[in-house]
Design a protein around this ligand. Structure first.
Ligand code: URP
Ligand code: ZN
Ligand code: ZN
Length: 486
């Protein structure tokens, strides 16, 4: 009788801190041993391969509901397929709130749709209308159902909230033990500049970058950090595009604040110039904040190495290029301000990061695991189940060929979106198998998992996001009358 149901044998295990030769012994859905010469009922050969924790993509948009009805093109089945093909086994996506509505109804609808998932999942709850009902009653109920993070937008017509409402959300998060993630761009400044650009006849996709230069992101980041400090609520700054924004985070961290920073592969390999391609083509690269330039990308790598930015997510968005409900929903002559923001990247996140980061000597293997799996798992309360190769952890693994050279094509992404902004890019390093909770979910590009096999990850309270206890004058304004009311 074997000790293990499955042994991943002969590979080089990479964890957040070590690289070593070992077998991984699995029983059921869990890792039970990491050691040499393990014998199992079944064996997966990993000779010549890296064995890393399955990717945790803590920021992606899947089957996101639209206010007018329906949802993004990327479904839970296609999104999970792309994730597994790219070595990712857990995702955190979004539940939206529309102004005038609550959060519990949409959350129930997101839970219903995600029952098709083939990766494990949780949600960040977006707050775009901080009504008393949401702040006082619905957020606590969402927390009771396993939600531990919120997202607020400081820009976008339909989603942005005022500083006052942001403070109320921060206060609620402090009371109920949530992490607040923030989209940092200055709404008024973007609107003002956009109106001027349109008046000057500057309507093509490339002007998207002109409408939101780095100081617009830097100002909002500075403000978000200051307001979070005022309330003493931990935050993560989403999709940092350039080093001057990361510098705001570094300063906050140096002061001992619980402020974390996330960036995404697009900010290393794309630039504002990509939006200046002929015709409507630039729309394929349009996301917010905007990709910047090569100097900004080099500076971002420095900020990653210093640990200021410690999570790299995809910010995968489900807008197709040719689809009538995607980028061209308002026609191909639409001004940049009417083109939906966001680009696909679930399947390309790990290969791009590995090739550009590890392959080019910018980060090492353990940093790669920390940025793409271990750190997001810890920050969002998914650890110790996720992001680790150790007894007791979920058996979520990606078997990685570090030498395999691949030209990225949209077909390889296996998402439903009809393009990838990385078409034709050469990468070295590719996932050859993905194991999700002990089952081989992808082998040589073929996704084997069944719809509905993903699990909702209910998140319990955890220490990392406890407030610091440092409040101006020691006065907790959020505890006193009226704590949450407008
Ligand atoms: O352009 C982007 N990032 N679209 C997705 C929505 C968001 O802001 O994260
Ligand atoms: Zn955002
Ligand atoms: Zn996003």
């Amino acid at each position: 009788m074997s000790d293990y149901e499955l042994v991943v044998a002969g590979g080089t295990v990479v964890t957040a801190s070590d690289v070593f030769r070992a077998d991984v012994g699995i029983v059921g859905e869990r890792i039970v041993a990491v050691g040499l010469d393990l014998k199992g009922e079944r064996r997966v050969e990993a000779d010549g391969l890296l064995v890393m924790p399955g990717g945790v993509d803590s920021h992606c948009h899947i089957e996101q509901l639209k206010e007018a009805g329906g949802a993004d093109e990327e479904t839970w089945i296609s999104g999970s397929t792309s994730a597994l093909a790219g070595g990712t086994t857990s995702v955190i996506t979004f539940s939206t709130q529309f102004k005038g509505g609550g959060i519990l109804k949409p959350l129930a609808e997101y839970r219903r749709r995600a029952s098709q998932a083939m990766v494990d999942y949780s949600f960040h709850q977006i707050i775009s209308d901080a009504s008393d009902e949401v702040i006082l009653n619905e957020i606590p109920e969402a927390v009771a159902s396993g939600i531990r993070s919120l997202k607020v937008f400081l820009t976008y017509e339909d989603a942005h909230i005022s500083d006052r409402d942001f403070l109320r959300v921060l206060a609620a998060a402090r009371h109920h033990g949530l992490l607040v993630t923030v989209h940092c761009e200055n709404y008024e400044a973007i609107n003002w500049r956009t109106a001027a650009l349109l008046a000057a006849g500057h309507v093509e996709p490339k002007y998207h970058a002109w409408s939101r230069p780095p100081m617009i992101e830097r100002e909002a980041t500075h403000r978000a950090i200051a307001l979070a400090e005022l309330v003493d609520t931990p935050i993560q700054i989403f999709h940092v595009s350039c080093p001057e924004v990361a510098a705001e985070i570094a300063q906050a961290q140096a002061r001992g604040l619980k402020v974390w920073g996330e960036t995404c592969p697009q900010y290393f390999v794309l630039s504002a110039k990509d939006m200046d391609r002929p015709g409507f083509e630039g729309a394929k690269f349009m996301c917010s904040p905007s990709p910047r330039d090569a100097q900004a990308s080099a500076g971002l790598w420095d900020m990653v190495r210093m640990g200021t930015l410690d999570v790299i997510s995809s910010d995968h968005s489900g807008w197709g290029y040719m689809s009538p409900v995607g980028k061209r929903v308002h026609g191909t002559n639409a001004p940049f301000s009417d083109i939906p923001n966001g680009i696909p990247g679930l399947g390309s996140r790990l290969p791009l990061l590995f090739s550009e980061g590890v392959g080019k000597g910018r980060i090492d293997l353990c940093q790669f695991v920390r940025l793409t799996s271990a750190n997001p798992a810890k920050l969002f309360g998914l650890s110790p189940r996720k992001g680790r190769i150790a007894p007791g952890a979920d058996a979520d693994l990606v078997l990685w060929d570090p030498k395999k050279q691949v030209t990225i094509t949209n077909a390889l992404m296996q998402h439903t979106i009809d393009y990838t902004p990385y078409e034709g890019m050469e990468v070295t390093g590719w996932p050859v198998a993905t194991i999700r909770r002990g089952a081989v979910a992808m082998q040589d590009g073929k996704v084997l998992a069944q719809p509905g096999s993903g699990q909702f990850l209910a998140r319990a309270p955890y220490d990392m996001i406890k407030p610091t206890g440092r409040l101006p004058f020691g006065f907790d304004a959020s505890l006193h009358a009226p704590p949450y009311s407008k």
